[in-house]
Design a protein around this ligand. Structure first.
Ligand SMILES: Cc1cc2nc3c(=O)[nH]c(=O)nc-3n(C[C@H](O)[C@H](O)[C@H](O)COP(=O)(O)OP(=O)(O)OC[C@H]3O[C@@H](n4cnc5c(N)ncnc54)[C@H](O)[C@@H]3O)c2cc1C
Length: 313
């Protein structure tokens, strides 16, 4: 059944999809129905949509390419705003690239290569959008977004458009002020430095080859399940206590890389959450190290004893 606000939404935003299956929009291929999902055509439409949601008191969830998400089996209430290639313009001037938030990191990396700019090779194989990457302060190998981001255009929770510099963004290990303040990233400016085309390409190819060799890229997942604890790889700890291949329902600790949980066929979000909780508990019992989730759990609450954040004393 459609609620009144859903009827109104589709009248104003013709591309809105009602009762959208989130499994179509997550790399994990998991998730219940969102009341509505809209992929704005441009920034103006995104701003109008957000203000419409504020006026009607409808909760908003913003997503990018869905590569770091575990969406509840019970779905997401309100409107999901998905930034896709409608909002993916990329422009380069001197050493700076300005990209709209929906641009994929791989596309921004290609732009950097085209202009012989180095410093973004680390991001070429991360499957997310640049908006999601700033939100998470994504990183790999020798790089992270924090090293390259100079400025971000955001819409704040109360609907104001602002430009945030590096200090205001406060990028830190898999965290940012954007995440804490529930802003929406619209545009990102990065600064790189001049390099040689062949060297940049070689490094991208090398890092991508390492990724293919080590990570289960052929399986649905959300990347690293847990954040890296200080001085040790979480995957090493999980492997050490024999959990590689451990399975609950359709969710499995990857046999290729213990840091990933993969969907081996029709996993529910509850299967993944139960497996995450199990792994967290076992590693804590064996090693006295608390693994905290890197994967973002979105939507209606699910039953879990998973500890999401470190308990501050
Ligand atoms: C195979 C694989 C490999 C991966 N490797 C890496 C890796 O090496 N390093 C790494 O750091 N990550 C890695 N990831 C995780 C993921 O790709 C990154 O976190 C990526 O930056 C997420 O971008 P996204 O667009 O998919 O964001 P989503 O998954 O869609 O969203 C992630 C979070 O960002 C928020 N968000 C997204 N876009 C916006 C926006 N425009 N404004 C405000 N909030 C927004 C969402 O609400 C959510 O909380 C990997 C994932 C997979 C599946």
């Amino acid at each position: 059944m459609r609620e009144k606000w859903q009827e109104e939404l589709v009248k104003v935003f013709s591309s809105a999809k009602l009762n959208a299956a989130m499994k179509k929009y997550t790399y994990f291929k998991i998730g219940g129905l969102a009341d509505a999902l809209v992929e704005p055509n441009d920034i103006d439409e995104l701003v109008n949509l957000y203000n419409w949601c504020i006026n009607f008191n409808i909760p908003v969830t913003t997503i990018g390419n869905g590569t770091n998400l575990l969406v509840s089996d019970k779905g997401i209430r309100g409107v999901v705003i998905r930034l896709n290639d409608n909002l993916a313009k990329v422009e380069t001037s001197n050493n700076r690239i300005v990209a709209q938030a929906g641009a994929l990191l791989s596309i921004v990396a290609k732009e950097a290569l085209k202009h012989k700019l180095q410093g973004f090779e680390f991001a070429a194989g991360i499957p997310g959008s640049i908006g999601g990457a700033v939100f998470m302060n994504a990183g790999a190998y020798d790089g992270e977004m924090k090293h390259v981001v100079k400025r971000v255009k955001v819409m704040t929770k109360d609907g104001k458009i602002e430009e945030w510099d590096e200090a205001r963004l406060a990028l830190d290990y898999r965290s940012s002020a954007v995440a804490k303040e529930e802003a929406i990233i619209l545009e990102v400016e990065i600064e790189l430095f001049p390099g040689k085309h062949d060297e940049i390409l070689e490094k991208m190819n090398l890092l991508n080859r390492w990724r293919r060799e080590r990570q289960p890229l052929d399986m649905p997942s959300a990347g690293s399940t847990f954040k890296r604890p200080p001085d040790i790889a979480g995957s090493f700890l999980i492997d050490k206590i024999g959990l590689k291949g451990f399975t609950i329902g359709g969710a499995q600790v990857s046999k290729k890389h213990a840091g990933f949980i993969v969907n081996i066929g029709n996993a529910s979000a509850q299967d993944v959450l139960d497996l995450m909780t199990y792994v967290q508990k076992k590693v804590y019992e064996a090693e006295n190290i608390l693994l905290l989730p890197e994967v973002r759990v979105l939507g209606e609450a699910m039953e879990t004893d998973l500890i999401q954040n470190a308990i501050k004393t």
